[in-house]
Design a protein around this ligand. Sequence first.
Ligand SMILES: [Fe+2]
Ligand SMILES: [Fe+2]
Length: 378
Amino acid sequence: MIKTAVFGGSFDPVHIEHINIAKACVKELGIERLIVLPTENPPHKRAAETPFGFRAEMAGIAFSEVAAEIIVDETERENDGVNYSAENLPKLKKKYGDFVFVIGGDSLDAIESWKNPEFIVRNFQIAVFNRTGYPDAQKKADELNEKWHGDIKVMKYVGKAVDSHGIRDRLYLQERADGVPPKVKEYINSHNLYSRFDGYISKAKGFLDEKRFVHSKNTALAALELNRAHKLGVDYDKVLLAGLLHDVGKKFDKIPLSCDMEDIPADSLGTPVQHQFVSAVIVRDDFHITDDEILNAIRYHTTGRENMSALEKIVYCADLVSSERDFDGVEELRAALADDFGSGFLKCLTYSRDYVLKTGRTVYPLTDKAINYYKENL
Ligand SMILES: [Fe+2]
Ligand SMILES: [Fe+2]
């Protein structure tokens, strides 16, 4: 009987580490046929992801370099987004016969929270690959094998922890995305995938010089990462746009004629703070973004204020610690943010205030208010 493995994933997009895992299945498990199983989200979650058909085709292209017969299976798509392994694995067994179910150590760790895990462990052979930076899966495998008489084997291959979310962020921002196989990149380009922000990006270039454009993209990347790492739950598109566009008003020394003076506080005129208000006006009037959450994140990204929304805090911090920043103390701020978002955010606020004081400038009143507020309400 042909030795088969089933390997699932969202593949949005498929990346080099997926291919390495498939190759390890061939080498270590003697797999001759690989069933690639793109996962499908429930309908309400689909808006932000690449449609199933494109992900399946990208997977087909990428896995074609693996020395095994490749079948991209559409079982999950047929179920319209309500998918449980406990229900899909028996269907796959009917279709393809016995197989090894390939999962990551992090999935094995979570398997007891899946629907009917005992049934899965008792009835299916499972191969687990470890990932660098994660605990060894062997202990969990032993525990489940004993508890439910499973056949879970840990592979020798240790996968690199590729950040697939980070790859997607970079594709959306037209940045180089290492880890995407060249043929998949060609497919992405020719099908215009990950392009829904392209209009904003080209327009933003008209407002930003090269250096500021790089900073703006980096701010968007840092903002997306903060939102994800701390599970802050802010809408993906809002985070990206607020980060990308926060400085579009910075090139104006004078207030552009199109700005209504009501939108620019008089005490900010001619100060470095002015540009946050101008940027918000430009984003509203020229980019036609009317979402208040985005506009406020831009409007207060330099000063902060009391009672900020999660998006306001994200953009405030991301602006300060974006990857090209190299001032003394930036590493401490990054570490503080990685450790705890709330207290890291307060450190960012106080750092900025102290910096303004050090340079002999006046601290904008909103900043002092913000610091006092967050000392009480962290
Ligand atoms: Fe700014
Ligand atoms: Fe900035």
